[in-house]
Write a protein that binds this ligand. Sequence first.
Ligand SMILES: *[C@@H]1O[C@H](CO)[C@@H](O)[C@H](O)[C@H]1NC(C)=O
Ligand SMILES: *[C@@H]1O[C@H](CO)[C@@H](O)[C@H](O)[C@H]1NC(C)=O
Ligand SMILES: *[C@@H]1O[C@H](CO)[C@@H](O)[C@H](O)[C@H]1NC(C)=O
Ligand SMILES: *[C@@H]1O[C@H](CO)[C@@H](O)[C@H](O)[C@H]1NC(C)=O
Ligand SMILES: *[C@@H]1O[C@H](CO)[C@@H](O)[C@H](O)[C@H]1NC(C)=O
Ligand SMILES: *[C@@H]1O[C@H](CO)[C@@H](O)[C@H](O)[C@H]1NC(C)=O
Ligand SMILES: *[C@@H]1O[C@H](CO)[C@@H](O)[C@H](O)[C@H]1NC(C)=O
Ligand SMILES: *[C@@H]1O[C@H](CO)[C@@H](O)[C@H](O)[C@H]1NC(C)=O
Ligand SMILES: *[C@@H]1O[C@H](CO)[C@@H](O)[C@H](O)[C@H]1NC(C)=O
Length: 752
Amino acid sequence: MKDKIILILIIASMVSAVVYTQSVSIPETLSMTVSVYDQHVFYNDNFENQGPAFLTKGMVKSDLSKTLKFPELVTMDVNLAGKKGTNYMGTMYNPQLFKYFFSENVEADNNTQNSGKNFPLKINLTLTYNKDNAAYEFSSDQFFPINNKGFNDKTTWNVPSNYKKSSSAADWWSMSSSPGYLANNYNYCIKLNSKFTYQAKGEIFKFKGDDDVWVFINNKLAVDLGGLHLAERQDIDLKTLSLTKGTTYDLDFFYCERRATASSMQISTNIEIFCVNDYCGVCNGDGTTCCPAGFCDDKNACTIDKCPKLGTVGDGKFTKNDCVFTNVTCEKAPDQCTSSFCDPSSGCKTAPIVCDSGSADKCFEVNGNCNVDTGCQYKYKCTDNGRCDLGCDGGTCKIKDEVYCGNEFGNDPCYTYKCDNEIGCIKAPKCPQEGIPDCSIHVCNANATNEVDRCEIQSIQTDCNCCKNQVIDGCQLPGCGPLNGECVPKNKTIDDGNLCTIDTCENGTIKNTPKVCGGCSQCDSKTGECVINPPVCDDGNICTKDQCTLVKNLNGSANGICTNDFIQCGLNDTDKCNIWSCDPEKGGCQSTKVICEEKSLCQVGTCKPSTGQCEYAPRVCSNGGAFCLISECDERLGCITYNRQCPSDDSRCQAGICVNGTSDEPEGRCRSVDYDPLPFVCQTAAVVSTAVVAGVTVAGAIALGIFLYGGKKGYDYWQDNKSKGLTGASSNPLYKESDNAGQNPFYNDNNL
Ligand SMILES: *[C@@H]1O[C@H](CO)[C@@H](O)[C@H](O)[C@H]1NC(C)=O
Ligand SMILES: *[C@@H]1O[C@H](CO)[C@@H](O)[C@H](O)[C@H]1NC(C)=O
Ligand SMILES: *[C@@H]1O[C@H](CO)[C@@H](O)[C@H](O)[C@H]1NC(C)=O
Ligand SMILES: *[C@@H]1O[C@H](CO)[C@@H](O)[C@H](O)[C@H]1NC(C)=O
Ligand SMILES: *[C@@H]1O[C@H](CO)[C@@H](O)[C@H](O)[C@H]1NC(C)=O
Ligand SMILES: *[C@@H]1O[C@H](CO)[C@@H](O)[C@H](O)[C@H]1NC(C)=O
Ligand SMILES: *[C@@H]1O[C@H](CO)[C@@H](O)[C@H](O)[C@H]1NC(C)=O
Ligand SMILES: *[C@@H]1O[C@H](CO)[C@@H](O)[C@H](O)[C@H]1NC(C)=O
Ligand SMILES: *[C@@H]1O[C@H](CO)[C@@H](O)[C@H](O)[C@H]1NC(C)=O
């Protein structure tokens, strides 16, 4: 597989955009950073496998998955119906490990054989302009870009304890038994995902090399050189691919060095490849080169550890500090008596809720077992005080006292006041009629300034005499009628001043019977009516609606009935995308939003408030309104933004440049300006001086920004990015004087 190579690669600009104020010429060198996956026969025996070595076409699917962006095998079978299939011919004996040729797999155990474990690295691929060939070249027939790196870095990598070298392999570090090759790191794959804008100027792509090579243009297989083979060649003329001038397409290149002892690769193209670097600095990379699986693991089971979203960290600027940690949301507990929580060492857990009044207001006490539907049960602590309850303050039950009752009844100095748990406030005369001599009454002087003078016993001897010979009802006092000596008894005062008692007198015994106001009802001393007393129904659970309902009995008594119904949260919320629930432990009604799973990075779901259903639409990527920026969604990367690549009217003599919108010409447009120096073949053409064109973006010079700009707009964003350490104008190869002798290199016929 060793072969002589001439690598000619024209254009692949990874540099930042520039404002065109100088000449448009051609870069002398072009450099891009690509992903390399170091592989080892121990982890992936599709490498260094001593099976047959054939050029094998048709091994991979002809369409490139837009989400994977690496080739997939047509079949997972090695042999088909007893016949040797393409995988056999391509020495792909372990087809399920093929996906790790071009995608990182770092988490697999060190000591597990054929796990597909690989070692992602990145390398710069630099192409140099060759004046004679009028093309960019890279030439090496000893293409070993990761020697002493990855699995072959003896300073960091330990040979797995159970590794046994195979008969064909000399040792872990090198797959060749030939001493001359021991220093080389064979067995790796290279992936380049890039873009280009079709200029329709006769673009070609040529490749020659070993081993597997697949190139996809516009996600279609264009170069198909699979298998272990000596250097093989395939050329593609883009004219045959039905591309549209000015449209941007993907170009994806895959290369593997699978078996010692040769490694060669040769590309020739005048396709103007460009890159939108990821935060690893890798051309159109997905961030896994510098942030592989597990890299951000903080060993905390309560956080979801992720690499940052592409575009949130600048080109090549990723560090571990950029890892994104979000708290795990544990699934809701199955009932109201179980709590769910996250334990940093083991993740989400559930545990029974311990009901204790300490967790509720101090005015409540635990009332029986936890209810799976409503949670902990509490009851109002001060119900023992009955009708004398005046509420609870921080755990202290307040009661109606004499002062309170006096105020309630108007503070008549002839009465004493107190509260009775059964009745509420009651008053009693200060000057009772009991215990005084017959034929006298106890009179109260409301005006007395001294309590000693309050009561006065007055004789009713006259009245007594009138009724001397009569039997007076015990509920009456004697009295004289209008006629002389006539006995007309007077009723004793039985009213206790409390409308909540039924005052009766029977056989001389005055009774003040409390009105029956049962349950959560109580008697209103001002009206004598049973009224509801809702605090009695309070169960201390904020997720229940506590109500007292008055039920009147036929006999005039009443009963108050408590209900504690579980409340319905968000009943009049018209947004069906809110999911409501009530959690007494977490402050009552809570809503969470319906989360629409992303079908893919570019198909995003939004919940429709009227239906609560997720609706999917393509992700909208904004270019901030700047004509010279193209913003589009990439199924693997999300929104990416890059400079518009303008084709020129005469690609032999002119460069296509993009003119950002100005106040005079708001739209922005593509424009063609002459190369400077002007290629010889163009010298007779009319010269439009390029030096005077300012405020334009040079085609082929790329802004490497991924969707970054929230408030930033178009040009400003671009300017900003430029100043953020992307390749500065001075290092932009477009500024370098070209020593190309007046000939546009793209049109030199001297190809390969
Ligand atoms: C690639 O080139 C850049 C710029 O010259 C350099 O900073 C970087 O270290 C290089 N990367 C590798 C992997 O060689
Ligand atoms: C696997 O091997 C590498 C290199 O020797 C070492 O750094 C790493 O800690 C190992 N991983 C485990 C899980 O042992
Ligand atoms: C994540 O959880 C930790 C620990 O429970 C907490 O301190 C932190 O505030 C939480 N962060 C967010 C954003 O909720
Ligand atoms: C008490 O005083 C008021 C006014 O000072 C007077 O109208 C009333 O008759 C007096 N009552 C008695 C019992 O002296
Ligand atoms: C005295 O009480 C009786 C029975 O309680 C009642 O029928 C009568 O009307 C009362 N008389 C007066 C003058 O209030
Ligand atoms: C009232 O007292 C008399 C005599 O003590 C008794 O005969 C009568 O039954 C009593 N009436 C009631 C209603 O208790
Ligand atoms: C009134 O009726 C209810 C039932 O209807 C009964 O529980 C209550 O004891 C009665 N009250 C009186 C004073 O009879
Ligand atoms: C929901 O309805 C209740 C009762 O009808 C009303 O008091 C409340 O203001 C409403 N809330 C909203 C957000 O409309
Ligand atoms: C570039 O275009 C954007 C969007 O049209 C505009 O907002 C910005 O001002 C333009 N910048 C220049 C320098 O013309």
